[in-house]
Design a binder for this molecule. Sequence first.
Ligand SMILES: [Zn+2]
Length: 337
Amino acid sequence: MPNSRTRIVPEVDFAKDGRQHGFLRLFHSVHSSAYGFIPIPIVVLRNGDGPTALMVSGNHGDEYEGQVALCNLAKSLDPARIRGRVIILPAANFPAAVAGRRTSPIDEVNLNRSFPGDPDGTVTHQMAYYIEHELVPLADLVCDLHSGGSSLMYVPSVQLPGYRRDADMSAPLAMMKAFASPLAYVTEINIGADRTLSGGAARQGVPSLGTELGGSGHVTGAALRIAERGVNNLLVHLGILPEGDRIALDGPSRILEVGGPDYFVYAPENGLYEPLVELGDMVRAGQPAARMHFPETPWAEPVTACFLRDGFVLCKRMPGRSMRGDCLFHLGTDLAV
Ligand SMILES: [Zn+2]
């Protein structure tokens, strides 16, 4: 990229055939390490000309399903069997991933609210800049593996950002269906908007797909299987792996959409949250979603938060202690296509 002003130096050669691993050197001069760098691991597999997939996890460090899936992919994928290139970035916000936190403990910045980044910014802004201006332009598809992290739990899903009713969405929908997750959802307005990696991919004209694979700070076998099948099938969809490698899903995917603010329920008070529905429930507008209790004032009446519309409970907050403004639930509704 002739116009890129990144200061990050990769140890791998993106044009070289075979399997390479190494680090992106993000120089960070601090009291304990004058000339040191933050070593962000990266794996590149290439076999001649062909499409490139950029597989990312650890964008939020406390979302583990994708990180496990990409650690496995980095070792199991045979460069001799692929056509083109796979770039694997399993711990995109490396300091956050090592700390098991959503944000970097170095600058407290959320990588997925930092795009397009800044080559002269703090370490997380420098990383966002590198991903958007150096890695994304190499790719024909960006897959950014998220989950609910520490505070949220999702019904494991693949997610298509940037959905538009007034455009031909057949190609992105085919890509989403190729992931073969039992549940999929589309969003017109992405949470985090153009400051996310998917926003950066859109700016660079590269298709992207996300996931919400589970969450609550742990990994389930079921979510991991969805992640690994999806990543494998995306490589087949791009023609990087042969068609015979596709792993079929038993039955069709259910496709939802997540729309505007009425899909979300927030804590109305500071207190202790009692959920009144569970993940996967179908709910109605006006139905109580949660009660907020006040252990400091146990004689006070709880305050009830209600759903604003009908829908499927796609996401649920996990910690009991909650503050006014915390997201407790969000819904999806079946997509009419
Ligand atoms: Zn995330």
